[in-house]
Design a protein around this ligand. Structure first.
Ligand SMILES: [Zn+2]
Length: 192
C-alpha cells in the first residue's frame, strides 16, 4: 500500500498561504462550493461566507437517504457514492487523492443534484435506492484501523479517536456511537 504523502512529495510544493491566495482568487461572493464534508476544508483554508463563497452544497446531506428497513437515515461516504452511482473507485490507487475527490464530487452533483427537470429528479430517487441496496465497503479510515502513519483518522468515528481533536460528528450521534462501541466491547468480553 502506498500513501499520498511521502518524503520528497512536497519538496516543490507551495506554502499554504500561497495556495489559499490562488484558490481565493478564483472564488468570490457568487461562488458555490460543492463537495462532501467540506466544512473542515473551509475552516482550515479560512474561507469566509459572503466574501469567498455564496454558500455550500454539502453532498453528504444531498445523498442522505431514508432507509425504510431500519427506519432511519443513512449517510454515505463519497467513496460509496462514486462507486455505486458512477463506477468510479476512489480507493483504486490505495491512497486518498483530493483532486480525484473533487472531480467525483462535481460529477455527482451535475448528474444527480442539479435537477431542474423531472427526469433528473427521478434519477436521483433511483440513485438513492441503489446507495442503500449496495453494501458499503468499509471506509479507507476503517480499513486502516482509523490510524494512518500515526495520524488519527477517526474524525467521523469518535470511539476510535486517539487524538484530542474535535470530531466532526454531532454530539447526540457521538454519544450513540460511544454507547454502541461500549456494548460491542462488553459483548466481546462476555464471549471470551
Ligand atoms: Zn482523533
Amino acid at each position: 500500500m502506498s500513501f499520498c504523502c511521502q518524503e520528497g512529495d512536497l519538496d516543490d510544493g507551495e506554502s499554504l498561504e500561497a495556495v489559499v491566495e490562488k484558490v481565493r482568487a478564483i472564488l468570490g461572493p457568487d461562488a458555490w462550493l460543492v463537495g462532501q464534508s467540506i466544512d473542515s476544508d473551509i475552516k482550515w483554508m479560512h474561507l469566509e461566507k459572503g466574501r469567498d463563497y455564496k454558500d455550500i452544497i454539502e453532498l453528504s446531506k444531498e445523498f442522505t437517504t431514508f432507509n425504510p428497513k431500519y427506519q432511519n437515515y443513512s449517510f454515505f461516504s463519497l467513496e460509496h457514492e462514486a462507486l455505486v452511482l458512477m463506477g468510479v473507485d476512489l480507493s483504486a490507487k490505495g491512497y486518498h487523492d483530493p483532486a480525484e475527490d473533487a472531480q467525483a464530487s462535481m460529477e455527482l452533483f451535475k448528474r444527480f443534484c442539479e435537477y431542474g427537470d423531472v427526469e433528473t429528479k427521478e434519477l436521483f430517487g433511483i440513485a438513492k435506492e441503489n446507495l442503500i441496496r449496495v453494501r458499503t465497503k468499509p471506509s479507507m479510515a476503517k480499513r486502516n484501523n482509523y490510524n494512518m502513519h500515526g495520524i488519527c483518522m477517526a474524525a467521523f468515528y469518535p470511539p476510535a479517536c486517539v487524538c484530542d481533536d474535535e470530531t466532526l460528528v454531532a454530539d447526540d450521534l457521538k454519544e450513540k456511537m460511544m454507547a454502541q462501541a461500549r456494548d460491542r466491547e462488553q459483548a466481546k468480553i462476555k464471549k471470551q
